[in-house]
Design a protein around this ligand. Structure first.
Ligand code: SF4
Ligand code: F3S
Length: 106
């Protein structure tokens, strides 16, 4: 499965959802997650993210491992998103900022 990691928080460009053939992205207020039970490992979403937030589960950086659980948990709670929406106006300012997990709105 593929995993959305920390750099998506407050960036949330949503380009990723447009390419997913199985509509497994779920949207929260300032983050997206992938449902690991639905992802078919097609790899299409990974290069679509402008901030490099998507990884295959084998390639998730060691300091981002907890996002596997976060994706699985929040995918069960949040609605599916299938069409791109405008990025937050301040998305560029958040790209690469450290410690964004504490800003995640569930
Ligand atoms: Fe969807 Fe493919 Fe990305 Fe999985 S790897 S989330 S199936 S686009
Ligand atoms: Fe997030 Fe990147 Fe998708 S910022 S919403 S994973 S395009």
């Amino acid at each position: 499965t593929f995993v959305v990691t920390e750099n998506c928080i407050n960036c949330k460009h949503t380009d990723c959802v447009e390419v997913c053939p199985v509509d497994c992205f779920h949207e929260g207020p300032n983050f997206l997650v992938i449902d690991p039970d639905e992802c078919i490992d097609c790899t299409l979403c990974e290069p679509e993210c402008p901030v490099g937030a998507i990884f295959s589960e084998e390639e998730v950086p060691p300091d981002q491992e907890h996002f596997k659980q976060i994706n699985a948990e929040l995918a069960k709670q949040w609605p599916v998103l299938t069409e791109k929406k405008p990025s937050p106006e301040d998305a560029a300012e958040w790209d690469g900022k450290p410690d964004k997990l504490k800003l995640l709105i569930r």
